[in-house]
Design a protein around this ligand. Sequence first.
Ligand SMILES: Nc1ncnc2c1ncn2[C@@H]1O[C@H](COP(=O)(O)OP(=O)(O)OP(=O)(O)O)[C@@H](O)[C@H]1O
Length: 669
Amino acid sequence: MDSLPQSTSMSPAYAPFIGCRWPGTLSASLVCAVDLPSREGRQALARHVWREGGLEVMAFDSADGAASWVARAAQQRSLSLRVATSMRTTERAVRARAGRECRVFDVAHVADQNGLVALISKCKTSVFLKCFSTTEMARSVAPALRLPTGARPIRVGSDRASSGAALTASRDQGASSRGAALSSPQRWGDSRSQSDAGAVLRVSTPITRRTRGVGAPSVGRAQGQRRSRLGQAQPRLPPSDPVFVTGDAGAGKTTLLKTVKRHLVEMDPFMGMCATTGIAACCLGGLTLHSWLGLVPSAVAAAATGASPSDVAALLPVPARRRIRAARILVIDEISMLDTTLLDAIDGLCRFVRSTPTSPMGGLTVLFCGDFVQLAPGSFSFRAVVWKALFGKRAVVLATAHRHGGDPSYLGLLRRLRRAELTEADVLALQSRVVDGVAPVDAVSLYATVEEARRHNQHRLGALGKRTITYVAENFGGRLSSDAARVVLDSLTPAPDSLVLCLNAAVLAVSNVYFHRHGVCSGCRGTVVGFQASGGAQGEAEELPMVEFKLPSGVLRRIVVSRTNFMAATVTGDAAGHSSSHSSSYNPVRRQLPLVLGWALTIHKAQGMTLELAYVTLSCVFTFSMVYVACSRVRSLGSLFLKTFDTSLVTVSREALSFHDELDHVPLM
Ligand SMILES: Nc1ncnc2c1ncn2[C@@H]1O[C@H](COP(=O)(O)OP(=O)(O)OP(=O)(O)O)[C@@H](O)[C@H]1O
């Protein structure tokens, strides 16, 4: 490991835990604030942690120091990183990552050692991180710690850190520490001989790993023993049958996934809980499939053009590959939104990354959920080769329509609308919901096209009559002209080139950047409740919006939203309008707030949502089932407001319908 800086003592004034590597490796790297005198020292630590993985604690002199390291490391590794600003968010990150309980102790602020011991002994959880303000304190507390069964001691300090302010372990230490917790004072004695002053103690019980690919080092009998113990503690489960769950809109597919999620996490802490769209991921409390798989735009582009799995895998961030290797279960909601080619490409990718070329999806136990009679891209994923291998015609079909259970006549209408078989009475009922532009103000407006939704949002913004602030995106196009970069970025990123906000503006998050820290993922709706001055991207002051988001759980979360990077898929010089002599590829980047105005949504974005009131404009519907999806968002006919209604707008894909009708129903249990 790189040599560590000389020790200084921890300043209790600093925030305890301020950085967390996320998402990514199967273990979390946590960063805590400790006095480190030099930038070089921090970088040494950063390099070390990147190489090691594992559950680790890092030390920085300030929140700024950690944040800048995290940003730098993110750039270098093309990884998505987060800075946890409080103990709570750090804990949450670890818990979510490890799928287990976790307590993180800020002992820098615990005055007496007895208090500290009492605090720690209350923790019956299985992932421990403990941060001690001084080595002396850590040593004196060590014997009193009661640690979980199977816990093993770890060493404190690093070989070269003669008086390092931070403790980390070298690779072989990591081997033991990954299955370790502190239990014996002798062990402290060992480490004292090597390192006299570890100001931070790394203690962790195992986050079970299935494969070496997830970061477990390879050497040592001790490790083999540890593995076998882990094997006993959590035996490798045989793959179960793949399950496809379907049902009408509102049948409770997503709710079912949310219900089984907890049990699945117990079976597989590294499970992928995903949805194909941001909003569906938000409703599910998971990640988009693209995020989980690390399908950066260049990888998606490669998969779409039939690149080999190894070529696509080479474009994935390392942590994503580790995730794919480590998971046993993959859940995908709104599977209908995935197209044939991409599903087959994902199958190839999983087989390659998991080194199981003959098993569909690389041997992952899959739980797919969705309804092909709702919105889908041109080519249905049930046409994929892997679909046939996984499910054939088998499906669990949920028969009870929970969303519309309170309005049986509307439920009947929706069932006929789904098949494009409306009766005259149905048409009259829907026409009775046509209002001439007058809908309740809190109704969410649904439109078929992005442009219509944009116009509606602009109108609502103007109607507020408040002082507006315009956020102009910073576009980085490499050798592309700024106009060409803007055009490319407009089409390939969700962030607008220009975003106008004011107080009380309704907004929608278009990135998962605040997901791990705050639970706000792409698709989450919120309201601007204020503005706060902050240093801008180039250091100039910028007023940033404070947004109150409503999480799917109903919890309100206030966040000062700042600019983030949106990277477009690789484009070639030709595609960007250059001559063929400039045919090299570019990754244009847009730096913008991850928000769009949110009074109106497209029907595509609303798929999967339950809305209290909806005002739907159907005049521009352009694909199958849009009317059905839009109308089925509300619970009853009385909550639906239509701008116009015409039966010619009602369509359904006969292929999807026959697929659904011909399914072999299998029981859920
Ligand atoms: N078992 C259940 N009991 C009571 N209410 C339920 C149940 N399952 C779902 N619901 C309610 O029904 C509504 C729709 O559920 P959910 O979003 O899970 O349906 P869905 O099948 O995923 O819908 P869509 O196809 O539109 O995405 C939600 O408000 C949910 O709370």
